[in-house]
Design a protein around this ligand. Structure first.
Ligand SMILES: [Zn+2]
Length: 480
């Protein structure tokens, strides 16, 4: 049975004007009591279809001949299966057939008939040199025409166990190398064009993790991944805490300072997610001081503006700080003379109100404190903050995830838009899919630094109470 042809033939008999209501609306039709029978070149589909729109059930039946490319014996209780030109399928029949096609593809190995060929081709993923900020890559599936790759990938995305090839053979898609490579391709965010795969350099750190964690003999070109990493490591070797910082950083804080510097050398953003009380501010100030020749903006909740002001004065008196907060005139004066300052300090609300004035200012660095303020991707504040013109963006937060993973997505959408894909794709790959948490973890890891008090207890001064309130959301503990 040539399953691919069934859908094609069905489309011939779908009213062109109602085309969408046929193939798109079938999703609001729920199939039960379904039955598929294939005999030679003929397939019969029968189903009870509940139409959510009409709030009632219909019995649908259709017979498709794949050789003659015709349909016969079609019937549906909705009575819309004929027009003046002849037979025509309704959304209920479309639903019955699409459901049946899926069933045919999903049939277990035991049900394959004699003579069905199941292929388990070997796979190679060849990574090549980085050019213009992207690593190149090539996928080879042994013995398979490149033009078929995208369709095979689509079958994988549809969670089919097998992909039906034009010659009638099946490609195994479960628990094999092909599945593994498709999973990686999924997480790398490359899709569509398998002829010329490009992997952004910032995914190199993720690839390196995969290559070191598992023995992936299917992936060639580790040296090109390493080259990207090496290039940046060179930049990172000589990072030193500036002498004029008026504070002694603890070891873990120096690590945080280096985290900022290393990522900014790559032009990447990041999230410093240390637990409350570990000095996210002083680590940030050390970084800003090391970039005193650049222009930065720090955005904080209103309640913390004056904390930041006094910490700037205490730890980094050499930084010229412009506080764009308070009366309108005051803010205007600061923003008009923004060139005189190393760092502009403002609040979320004030930034939003002054957004027009910020349109013409380009910052090298943007730091937002209490980043959970942008956890809701649809809020006005979030949209305003995401519009800030800055080369590199960092987020500070003690609670990167409070309720759900979309909050984490929203923060990443600020620091590196697109890195965790668009919201919809992120939801599909991760939010409802614990199987992919391992991958999400590897993706996030290079860009998020989180230490708990428990971890750095030996470095903390005695006066901090040795009580640990690690009350992360269940989801957070599983992901981070
Ligand atoms: Zn119908």
């Amino acid at each position: 049975m040539e399953i691919d042809k069934l859908g094609e033939i069905l489309r011939i008999y779908t009213d062109k004007l109602k085309y969408n209501s046929g193939f798109a609306a079938y999703k609001r039709n729920y199939v039960s009591n379904d039955y598929v029978n294939t005999r030679g070149k003929e397939a019969t589909f029968y189903a009870t279809v509940f139409d959510e729109h009409h709030r009632r059930s219909y019995t649908s039946m259709i017979n498709i001949d794949t050789e003659k490319r015709t349909i016969s014996n079609l019937s549906c209780d909705c009575q819309n299966v004929f027009n003046n030109k002849g037979p025509q399928v309704c959304p209920h029949i479309v639903a019955a057939v699409l459901n049946g096609i899926k069933k045919l593809r999903d049939k277990s190995k035991e049900e394959f008939s004699e003579g069905d060929v199941i292929l388990n081709p070997s796979v190679i993923f060849d990574i090549s040199q980085s050019r213009g900020g992207n690593l190149g890559a090539d996928l080879y599936i042994e013995g398979i025409d490149k033009n078929e790759y995208e369709k095979i990938y689509e079958s994988y995305k549809e969670k089919y166990k097998y992909h039906l090839m034009p010659d009638g053979s099946y490609i195994d898609l479960k628990d094999n190398d092909l599945e593994k490579i498709f999973q990686i391709i999924d997480v790398l965010g490359i899709y569509g064009d398998f002829q010329k795969i490009k992997i952004p350099d910032n995914k190199a750190i993720f690839l390196e993790k995969i290559l070191e964690n598992e023995n992936y003999t299917l992936i060639n070109g580790k040296k090109y991944v390493d080259n990207v990493i090496k290039k940046y490591n060179k930049l990172n070797k000589d990072i030193k805490v500036p002498d004029n910082l008026k504070a002694n950083l603890r070891d873990y804080q120096i690590e945080g300072f280096k985290f900022f510097n290393t990522l900014s050398n790559y032009n990447f953003g990041g999230v410093l997610a240390d637990e409350m009380g570990l000095g996210k501010t002083v680590q940030t100030l050390a970084f800003l001081l090391s970039k005193k020749d650049k222009k930065s903006i720090v955005i904080t909740p209103t309640s913390l503006i004056f904390n930041w002001k006094s910490e700037f004065e205490k730890f980094t008196p050499d930084i010229k700080l412009g506080i764009a907060y308070g009366s309108k005139t005051q803010r205007e004066i600061i923003l008009e003379n923004h060139k005189d300052y190393d760092v502009i300090l403002t609040s979320y609300g004030t930034y939003k109100n002054d957004i027009e004035k910020y349109k013409n200012i380009n910052f090298d660095f943007c730091i937002i404190d209490e980043a959970q303020n942008i956890k809701n991707p649809d809020s006005i504040i979030t949209k305003a903050i995401k519009s800030v013109n800055a080369n590199v963006k960092f987020a500070l937060t003690g609670t990167p995830v409070e309720n759900n993973l979309i909050e984490l997505w929203s923060i990443f959408d600020f620091i590196m838009p697109g890195y965790l894909y668009n919201k919809k794709k992120f939801e599909t790959i991760f939010a409802n899919n614990e199987k992919n948490y391992v991958q999400l973890k590897s993706l996030i890891k290079p860009f998020m630094l989180r230490r708990t008090k428990k971890e750095v207890i030996n470095e903390l001064p005695d006066k901090i109470e040795h009580k640990f309130y690690v009350e992360l959301e269940k989801e957070l503990t599983r992901v981070l």
